[in-house]
Structure formats: C-alpha cells, structure tokens
Write a protein that binds this ligand. Structure first.
Ligand code: ADP
Ligand code: ZN
Length: 209
C-alpha cells in the first residue's frame, strides 16, 4: 500500500507514520528527517536547505523531489511506503504522478491551529537519531534522554513559536490545496486528531481498512 499522510506541522503525522510502519511493515519516509540528517552531516543539500527550514519556509520543490525520487527507488519501497511530509505542494504531488507512483490512500490528520501551537511547544526531538517526543503525550522514560539511542532530547529550532506561525501560514497556503487534489480522485480520508495519540491511531487504521 502506498500512503500519504497530510496534516499541519505538529498534527502527529510522524507518530502515526511510525505506527503504520510497524503494523504494515512498510517504510515511513519523512522528508523532514532526511533533510535534518543532511543538515547535521553538512552535505551540499543540507547546506542549501538549512536556511529555508530554520525560517519555517519550504525547501525548494526540486530539492525535495530529488530526495523522494532517490528514496522511492530503494528496494524496501517495493511493497509500499508511507510518505510523511511529502508532498507539501501541488508541484510535488504532480512530480509523484509523473514518476508513475500510484498512491492508494491519503490520510489527512486534522488539528485546529489553536491546538497546533500548544502541541508543538511541547514537542522534543532527539539531536542524534531524530526520534520525536512530547512532554505530555509521548514522554521519554528518562527526562531529556532519548529512549531509542540515549541522545539529548531538545526543542527543534523551527519549533520556536515565531517560526511555527510561519509554518502554519505555509501549510494553509501551499499544502492544504493538496486535500482538494486528492479528493478529486477519491483517495482522501480525513481523521480528526485526538487528544490521546492511541485514539488517533485507531481512527487512522479505520481509514486504511
Ligand atoms: P513538521 O511536520 O512538524 O512541519 P517536518 O519535519 O515534516 O516537520 O518538516 C520540517 C521542515 O522541513 C519544513 O518546515 C520544511 O522546511 C522542510 N520540509 C520537509 N518536507 C518538505 C517538503 N515536502 N517540501 C518542502 N520542504 C519540506
Ligand atoms: Zn535518539
């Protein structure tokens, strides 16, 4: 099954992507994680992407399209994949179509803006492996320490309140039109983001059945 998860920053796409990955045994692909990794490693692409990301703007389409093209060609995508954070613009969705990639379902996790800001301020990310946590909804076993690798868990630079406002604008202007794009082909399923992560997961799996 080839899936796309849509939703505002902080709506919980990443966590749901992980859970689908575990259950269906298909890879969860996060363009945000791939870009952060490149920034950390100081690659050419990372250097190009960093300023966009830090300011809460989208990295140019051709850069992320290149990332996805390469990633989807890997063997582990042969039986399906979950895209978390891609596409984020209409040209990115068209690029997927032009690659001949057939999407089976698009799940959009709906969370109102007022709740996004509060949720993101509690989000913490591992500086080493990129695992994502929340101080209230998805705690680490030990304060400030990653469960998976023992790395330091901290607020992401682009999760600062000023930048979140910009990311929300970008989401409404550039990413939300994708709902209409996938609605037309009957692939769109809306899931209301719940207070408890497990409740959202239940609704997400209902949308996939
Ligand atoms: P979130 O879902 O919380 O916004 P992500 O990790 O998905 O976080 O994305 C973080 C940042 O990475 C985005 O604000 C943007 O700068 C960049 N990015 C990730 N995916 C894309 C994409 N498909 N197109 C353009 N920029 C992207
Ligand atoms: Zn870690």
């Amino acid at each position: 099954m080839n899936l796309i998860l849509l939703g505002a920053p902080g709506a919980g796409k990443g966590t749901q992507a992980e859970r689908i990955c575990e259950k269906l045994n298909i890879p969860a692909i996060s363009t945000g994680n791939i870009i952060r990794e490149s920034v950390k490693n100081g690659t050419e692409m990372g250097r190009r992407a960093k300023s966009f990301m830090d300011e809460g703007r989208l990295v140019p389409d051709e850069v992320v399209i290149g990332i996805i093209k390469e990633r989807l060609a890997a063997d582990d995508c042969a039986n399906g994949f979950i895209l978390d954070g891609f596409p984020r613009t209409i040209p990115q969705a068209q690029a997927l179509d032009n690659m001949g990639v057939v999407i089976d379902r698009v799940v959009s996790i709906e969370v109102p803006d007022e709740r996004i800001v509060a949720r993101i301020s509690g989000r913490r990310v591992c500086k080493d492996c990129g695992a994502s946590y929340h101080i209230e909804y998805k705690k680490t076993a030990k304060d400030g320490v990653c469960d998976k690798c023992g790395g330091e868990v901290a607020l992401r630079k682009d999760d600062a309140p000023g930048t979140v406002a910009e990311r929300l604008n970008v989401h409404h202007e550039q990413t939300e039109p994708l709902k209409a794009y996938y609605e037309k082909s009957g692939k769109l399923y809306l899931v209301e983001g719940q207070e408890e992560i497990d409740d959202t997961t239940r609704l997400t799996f209902e949308a996939l059945n």
